[in-house]
Design a protein around this ligand. Structure first.
Ligand code: ADP
Length: 398
């Protein structure tokens, strides 16, 4: 009979989450007054503890305490993990003797030290972001509106999503922002901001009152969607009426004092975007949105030439759907070629403003009516929009 090498080991079960962790990005080891030493490993991504494990060289209660705590904090955010108390751990362990409570206290202290380790390592990124926000605020001159026209060579590249998230992000930083949707045939901004069944009113001077976002009072919105009876009403207006309506939407809205006016333009380089540029009373600056596969086509180049011919300065290029961000491991897979936006920018002597990955949560947020920068501010897409907004706000007026 063959000797079973596993004999004697099979019954020895290793407790769940006992041991070290591969790919950990935070760690701490602590020795308690009882001379037990415990150690925690964490893998934290965007404030969430994706995985945790721990060891203890102490008694079975100490092992039980560290493993239970490691299990409790897996998949929760670091601040919640830090608020866990002895009673919380007691509620998940079986028959824990009063005399061993110090084992739970040691486990909690060691976990807090591991979270501190992660926060220390991530401090520079947070500080840098705050510095960028201060720089952007210093760059914006109160009382001078900057009109940002979000344009694309064709539809479906995420132009409206970019416009909504940039506007929301600028408002969250503290700027007063107007967002206007002149995408006559596909006014999607009301849906993206959850603004259904809204009625628009006029002032005595005949100006339209924008809709003020409930939780972001410094973001005001105007969209053709507010004038349609139902979300799926088709828009079949003919040329001159369309031109007139675009003019009204751009110039006859009572925005009040705003720092930025973000304009979601119709796609392409046809009559409608032309009508926008021709009728805008303020001097505007363009932001071009493209997808990685789109940059190989002539669409973006056409948008660049269109802007140049109309004397519309281009602030830069945004690459949307730039690789797929896995919601589980957060690795980025370049489904389409990545980096095309940056290459295009350098070929035309333009600034590359940043990229946004494809994330299922972007579409989910859009459908829910809460932009991703508000719904999941720690996501890669939200941070991308924030960086782009900061780059725009800190840029020199063109
Ligand atoms: P456009 O204004 O260029 O026509 P939209 O902003 O309406 O494009 O976006 C088209 C679709 O793509 C929407 O369903 C939107 O939710 C989705 N989308 C846009 N950007 C992303 C992204 N980065 N990741 C995943 N889905 C996206």
């Amino acid at each position: 009979m063959e000797h079973d090498v596993t004999e004697g080991y099979a019954s020895k079960k290793v407790p769940l989450r006992f041991g070290s962790l591969k790919d950990a990005n935070a760690n701490a080891r602590l020795t308690g007054p009882c001379f037990d030493t415990v150690e925690f490993w964490l893998r934290v991504e965007k404030n969430i503890i994706e995985e945790a494990s721990a060891i203890s060289d102490g008694c079975e209660h100490s092992v039980q305490a560290v493993c239970a705590l490691a299990d409790m904090v897996t998949t929760i955010d670091v601040e919640t993990a830090k608020s866990i108390q002895v009673e919380d751990v007691l509620s998940v362990v079986d028959e824990f003797p009063e005399s061993s409570i110090h084992c739970i206290e040691l486990a909690i202290s060691c976990l807090a030290a591991a979270i501190d380790d992660w926060q220390r390592k991530n401090e520079p990124a947070r500080e840098q972001l705050e510095r960028l926000k201060d720089l952007a605020k210093a760059n914006v001159k109160k009382g001078e509106i900057r009109t940002l026209m979000v344009m694309s060579g064709k539809g479906g590249v995420g132009k409206s999503t970019v416009a909504v998230n940039i506007a929301t992000s600028l408002a969250s930083i503290g700027f007063s922002v107007g967002l206007v949707d002149v995408d006559i045939h596909g006014p999607s901004i009301p849906t993206m901001l959850g603004l259904h069944h809204i009625q628009v009113f006029s002032t005595e001077e005949g100006k339209m009152e924008p809709v003020v976002l409930g939780d972001l009072f410094n973001l005001k919105v105007m969209s053709l969607g507010f004038l349609l009876n139902k979300d799926d009403d088709p828009v079949i207006w003919r040329g001159p009426l369309k031109h007139q309506l675009i003019g009204q939407f751009l110039n006859d809205v009572n925005w009040g004092p705003i720092d930025f006016l973000v304009v979601d333009c119709p796609p392409g380089t046809g009559d409608e975007p032309l009508s926008v540029v021709q009728q805008l009373k303020h001097k505007a600056e363009a932001i071009l949105v493209t997808t990685p596969q789109d940059v190989a086509t002539v669409d973006v180049a056409r948008s660049i030439n269109f802007s140049k011919q109309l004397g519309l300065p281009i602030l830069g290029i945004v690459e949307n759907m730039s690789g797929f961000e896995c919601p589980h491991c957060h690795r980025n897979t370049p489904i389409f070629r990545v980096g095309g936006g940056a290459r295009l920018a350098s070929a035309y002597g333009l600034k590359f403003l940043g990229s946004i990955p494809i994330e299922a949560s972007v579409g989910i947020a859009t459908d829910s009516g809460i932009p991703i920068v508000q719904r999941a501010p720690q996501s890669a897409a939200a941070r991308g929009y924030e960086q782009i907004s900061l780059a725009l706000a800190s840029s020199e007026r063109r």
